[in-house]
Design a binder for this molecule. Structure first.
Ligand code: UD1
Ligand code: MG
Length: 452
């Protein structure tokens, strides 16, 4: 099958410099959602018609399974499909999708394809309480005979509640013939794709219809209001799926998944969390309120307390993170690691049962097992030009407010006294510290306020 995605329209009501189809829904552009659905049908040709917004649309996709055809000027949906014709395989049918209708399901499209087969025209239609703005499906003796656009419809036709979703599938050779015969003699002066229906009927080709599983599958985005509405529909669907899989959501209306969230058994997620990219939560993971977690793996039984930001990181089983922890790219925490409040970790590996519980920066470090990193410890990993690693071996104890001037190694079992500025390696099993002697000045008095 060929798939043509119409994405040349202007999207004036978005009030934005970004082409409409590139606006994101759940972290992916509207058009990327449609491309994903199209790919789920394994088309032999996939053609996107672009125009408004110029090269920004093709530039947003780096894929060799997509052909982009420019429509300039935009003279209607029929004219748009004409631009795809040179790229289509005549031996299989062509499915037309809209780049601004992001939530159509593969199931509904398969239903349409099955009812149309390869020898008839198939239209995805839906009945709406308020059909205004849509093309109406005109039937005689139950059979579809044509589609009439709102602006061209008579009073009797306007009363029809079955509408054209815009999604249709047609035998490709016939489609070419019908498009070549289109005229723009109508209220909008456009070449209407919908006029091919009357051509099919005139040729005696059967016209079939199928209905989508839900109304939202056919809704398009023309404004930020509609974009926000469809975002909520999508998030509600994702939350519903998670609940059905047994995930506990404190409030299914207060979770946002912008990508793929995979959960094990007995996972619970509190309110206000955002998941981006590919996130995996193993069995028994608990996510506290208001965490933002991107491209991360969280191990069995780990607990992420409220207000954590985790990005491109791996958290081991039974770890305790946060509240208010920040795990940046390249962080790998082994089992039972504890990371407490206001601790930032970047590009570092931390061994099992090690702890950094308060106010630290750990960057470019390799930390062993059972290490205790005291409050306020900083790895000074950057000299303004280059970055260097800090190595802390198993069972070391780093006193509070230590600065580790990298490159530096703390040996296994070493103790670093609080307040140390470590500029050289600390040997294993010994106490190392740098600290000026404490003084008490006898007879010292606070200055008194001077009289004028
Ligand atoms: C179209 C249908 C209408 C249907 C409605 C569903 C026609 C003539 N009418 O109307 O029956 O009920 O969709 O939403 O087909 N586009 C281009 N190039 C163009 C014109 C449009 O690429 O020259 C794209 C738009 O970007 C959009 C889609 O085609 O993705 C539909 O265009 P739009 O202007 O929204 O069509 P409607 O008038 O709403
Ligand atoms: Mg429209």
């Amino acid at each position: 099958m060929n798939v043509v995605i119409l994405a040349a329209g202007m999207g004036k009501r978005m009030q934005s410099a970004l082409p409409k189809v590139l606006h994101p829904l759940a972290g992916q552009s509207l058009l990327a959602h449609v491309v994903g659905t199209a790919r789920s049908l394994s088309p032999s040709r996939l053609c996107i018609i672009y125009g408004h917004g110029g090269e920004a649309v093709p530039a947003a996709f780096n894929a060799d399974d997509i052909v982009f055809a420019r429509q300039e000027p935009q003279l209607g949906t029929g004219h748009a499909v004409m631009q795809a014709l040179p790229f289509l395989d005549e031996c299989t049918p062509t499915l037309v999708l809209y780049g601004d209708v992001p939530l159509t399901t593969t199931d509904s499209l398969q239903k349409l394809l099955a009812c149309a087969g390869s020898e008839s025209l198939g239209i995805l239609t839906i009945t709406m309480a308020d059909p205004s703005g849509y093309g109406r499906i005109v039937r005689e003796q139950g059979r579809i005979v044509r589609i009439v656009e709102q602006k061209d419809a008579s009073a009797a036709e306007l009363a029809i509640t079955e509408v054209n979703t815009g999604i249709l599938v047609a035998p490709t050779a016939a489609l070419k013939r019908w498009l070549a015969a289109l005229s723009n003699n109508n209220a909008q002066g456009e070449y209407y794709l919908t006029d091919i229906v009357a051509s099919a009927v005139a040729e005696g080709m059967p016209v079939q219809s199928a209905q989508p599983g839900a109304l939202w599958e056919t809704l398009g985005v023309n404004s930020k209001v509609q974009l926000a509405e469809l975002e909520r529909v999508h998030q509600r669907n994702v939350a519903q799926r998670l609940l059905e899989q047994g995930v506990t959501l404190a409030d299914p209306s207060r979770i946002d998944v912008r990508g793929t969230l995979t959960c094990g058994r007995d996972v619970s997620i509190d309110v206000g969390c955002v998941f981006e990219g590919t996130v995996t939560l193993a069995d028994n993971v608990r996510i506290g309120a208001h965490c933002v977690i991107s491209n991360a793996r969280i191990g069995d039984g780990a607990q992420i307390k409220p207000f954590c930001h985790i990005d491109e990181a791996v958290v081991g089983a039974a770890a305790m993170i946060g509240p208010y922890a920040r795990l940046r790219p390249g962080t790998e925490l082994a089992d039972a690691v504890h990371v407490g409040n206001f601790v930032e970790i970047k590009n570092s590996q931390i061994g099992s049962a090690s702890k950094a519980n308060h106010l630290s920066y750990i960057g470019d470090a390799t930390i062993g097992q059972r290490v205790n990193v005291g409050a306020g410890t900083i790895t000074c990993n950057y000299d303004g030009v280059n970055k260097f690693r800090t190595i802390i071996e198993d069972d070391a104890f780093i006193g509070s407010d230590t600065q580790l001037i990298a490159p530096v190694t703390v040996g296994a079992g070493a103790t670093i006294g609080a307040g140390t500025t470590l500029t050289g390696n600390a040997p294993p099993d010994k106490l190392t510290l740098s600290r000026s002697k404490q003084l008490t000045i006898a007879g010292w008095q606070r200055p008194a306020k001077q009289k004028k």
